[in-house]
Design a binder for this molecule. Sequence first.
Ligand SMILES: [Zn+2]
Length: 125
Amino acid sequence: METILSKQKNALTTQTKRLRAKNVENLEKAGRYEEAAQECEKLGMLEKAGQLRRKEKEITVLPVDVNGLIRQLAVRGQTLTYHCCHCGAPLKVGAESEEVFKICPNCGYSLEVIDLAKLINQHLS
Ligand SMILES: [Zn+2]
């Protein structure tokens, strides 16, 4: 009896997992990568979550080509300090750090990549 019950329970879990994986697929199709990544994390699909986050980063960054601007800074050996518009924490970008913070490491506020692009543009011109 106990075995049958646990079998049923397992089957249900597998089904739920399948449904949630399908949900991830749909979120990905809709371009809601962050939500899809969070869902992946809950399902223990950490690698997939990472892929989705990188995908989102690429898509967000490409239109303004912040990466290109940062590379220009790095080539010049310059590092630009900018501040989080929410808490004022100093963030560095350029030769010392080519990573773009999408989220402030200090307060968690979501930062506008476009603002950073404008700032670097001003500096370069
Ligand atoms: Zn902040």
